[in-house]
Write a protein that binds this ligand. Sequence first.
Ligand code: HEM
Length: 432
Amino acid sequence: MLMQQSIDEIARKAYVQYPKERIVGLYCGFKKVVLLRDPDIIRYIITKDFKHFISRGVRTNEEGFCDSLLLAEGDKWKSLRKKLTPAFTSTKLKHMTPLIEECIDKLITEAENRIDQGNPCNIKDLCEKYSLDVICSCVFGLNMDVYSNEIKHFGKVSKAATQPSIFYWFWYVAEMILPGIQRKFTKINPGSYVRSFFMKLVTTVINEREIRGIKRNDLMNIMIELKARDKLEAVGNSPLEVRIDDHIIASQACAFYVAGQETSSSILSFLLYELSLHPNIQDIVYEEICYVCDLYNGELTYESLKKLKYLYMVFQETMRKHSAVGFLIRKATSDYIIPETEITIKADTFVLISLTGLHTDAKYFQDPETFNPANFSEENMTKIPQYAYMPFGAGPRNCIGKNHCYLSLCVAFSPQTPFAHLRCGTVTAEPQ
Ligand code: HEM
């Protein structure tokens, strides 16, 4: 309530504090929260008995973005997920690769400019702008000059989402104490800036494409096609089915931006940070990239990415040591008795799973503070219990963008990019 600790930190502390327990109880304001520590129990909640835990229970203003995949509940979520899943198939992602390559060209120019000036190059800043460029291009269909000031609105939106002001604090604590109050005072919702920003952006893009008949291999195009199909087939009239319109598209675009930009950029910068601390690992990554490129005539194609096995291990280890999302959350939709126990999770109770806790638990990862990609070798992978490592969540509500995230990261390592050439001695590790 005093904003001294994030939910991630609170969940991790509780995870560490009770090493012998499978389930721990916490309070959030006056509400009871259940923290699950045991991968077998997690499996029941996340996958096997998912129907009782279909929602995240994260509230927002009804008129706002509660229609996004991230926050939608029940049948609305089911319908949205069914419609949007085909947007992330490997064929669709393959078609998006050229868009990501364009972002790489801009990244190279920017990095070269900065290096030519002889100044230290802030990698985190570069990663943030690169990820923003990828999301703008693949989600909104915008070709932006992210390395200039053109992104100030996105910056403001990110800040609103990641560094809440005192007004946000007041808004959320009020909801904690008086559930439902946010819906009564929608006009003063501090998130309305975010909503109107995305709504305006998305309607402009949609209008322009519809009027000029522009087609592009991006998520916006896929959603515009879904909108047209819903109109033609007159589907979506059933109360269980969501009809895709501009508001729904804006909600998804916002969700993809919020869920995809910060996560991808933080994983990319932590990965580079770890490589700078471990020149031996950096050398193996570099040699693997060169080897795979040679196999594919000097290019890193969509097909060749699967051959970058060591880079994938490094990626997995980065997400273990530096969780981009520190916890998973679900809300019970009905009373539920946890199998093999006598504990009932009452309807409306929140369930927390500390990914940071699980991923740094010595029970599952030997010497968890050490960065060791070998944790994810074929042999060692079999030793990790299934629900003890899940950086993208798990079950039907897992991350829809996980392959997109890995694709944008791999392309960032194509041989022309400065990242692929970062060798020991040229990268200094000074995290900020
Ligand atoms: C390093 C990159 C990323 C990480 C670590 C990450 C992680 C996660 C996690 C942990 C969840 C919650 C899963 C659960 O509750 O079981 C999630 C959900 C989600 N992610 Fe990602 N994510 C990443 C990138 C992306 C990208 C690039 C996009 C979109 C383009 C995206 C879109 C979403 C959406 C829409 C959801 C909600 C899915 C649903 O509720 O059906 N994520 N992500």
